[in-house]
Design a protein around this ligand. Structure first.
Ligand code: SAH
Length: 254
């Protein structure tokens, strides 16, 4: 028997951080900011500091085994994760619990799409040398990376992930079609874009784009997207060719 219809609030990001003042940050601007104001999504920060130990509310300690820096304590982070779990569905498919980490699975448009279909997400922002491994294991926290570089904290990465996710929630972008044609949506990088003036610094917009011929325009866009992807991202190009039964080494007559 089907259960009762699920009552859904707006998609919500809960962010555990030592720096709640970093939010909404850029997420408060432009389309994501308007959508936040209009309640199309919601943001909740959970300050890690009050969960700290003792008079000084210590949240970190020195790394076991020695070495530079400090590590966020598992008991402190655990209390913050408990707080975040209040009122969230236990189904991780609907509400992932994620630690931002350079050791995590690389973030992707596919993840953003999946997350946008859930009810929300809990994001744990690390600082210093990161978080005690036991709390990640105990709470089965998924690790996701923004890319192969090291930031000083998870806050910028959290904002990037939220931005990419929230813009896929219906009605956040005015023009829904724009998320269907952009980079990665079909496995290709997007074609170049142009706007007025028609000639700038002796550079003209490609004639075909001003021809009004929709068939030719879409052919040009697909061909330039394919060429760019082949040049810049051979990894994406090979995957695209495999999906479409094409030879990645084929010559393109462009
Ligand atoms: N010692 C760690 C790096 C810690 S950087 C290591 O070498 O793996 C401090 C915090 O910044 C991390 O806990 C994480 O939350 C965040 N961070 C750093 N780089 C990141 C990245 N590429 N993606 C996501 N979060 C990152």
């Amino acid at each position: 028997m089907a259960g009762p219809p699920r009552l859904r609030g707006a998609w919500t990001a809960k962010i555990i951080t030592l720096f709640p003042e970093a939010f909404p940050g850029t997420l408060g601007l432009s389309l994501t900011g308007k959508a936040l104001d209009h309640g199309l999504w919601a943001l909740e920060t959970i300050d890690l500091r009050p969960f700290g130990e003792g008079k000084h509310k210590n949240v970190d300690d020195t790394p076991a085994g020695g070495g530079a820096g400090m590590v966020l304590r598992p008991d402190v982070v655990g209390k913050a994760l408990d707080q975040a779990s209040i009122g969230t569905p236990p189904d991780r498919a609907r509400w992932p619990v994620v630690y931002l980490s350079p050791r995590g699975r690389p973030f992707s448009q596919a993840m953003a799409r999946r997350w946008a279909q859930g009810d929300g997400i809990t994001l744990l922002c690390g600082r210093f040398e990161g978080v005690d491994q036991r709390v990640l294991d105990h709470y089965a926290v998924e690790e996701v990376s923004l890319g192969d570089f090291v930031l000083t904290g998870g806050e910028i990465a959290a904002q990037a992930l939220i931005d990419a996710t929230v813009r896929l929630i219906p009605r956040v972008l005015g023009n829904q079609a724009s998320t269907e044609e952009e980079s990665f949506s079909d496995g290709l990088l997007e074609h170049p874009q142009y706007t007025r003036p028609a000639v700038w610094e002796d550079r003209a917009i490609p004639d075909v784009l001003l021809s009004g011929h929709h068939g030719k325009i879409s052919d040009w866009r697909r061909e330039t997207a394919e060429r760019l992807t082949k040049e810049r991202r051979p990894d994406l190009w090979r995957a695209y060719c495999a999906r479409h039964g094409r030879d990645p080494e084929e010559d393109q007559e462009l």
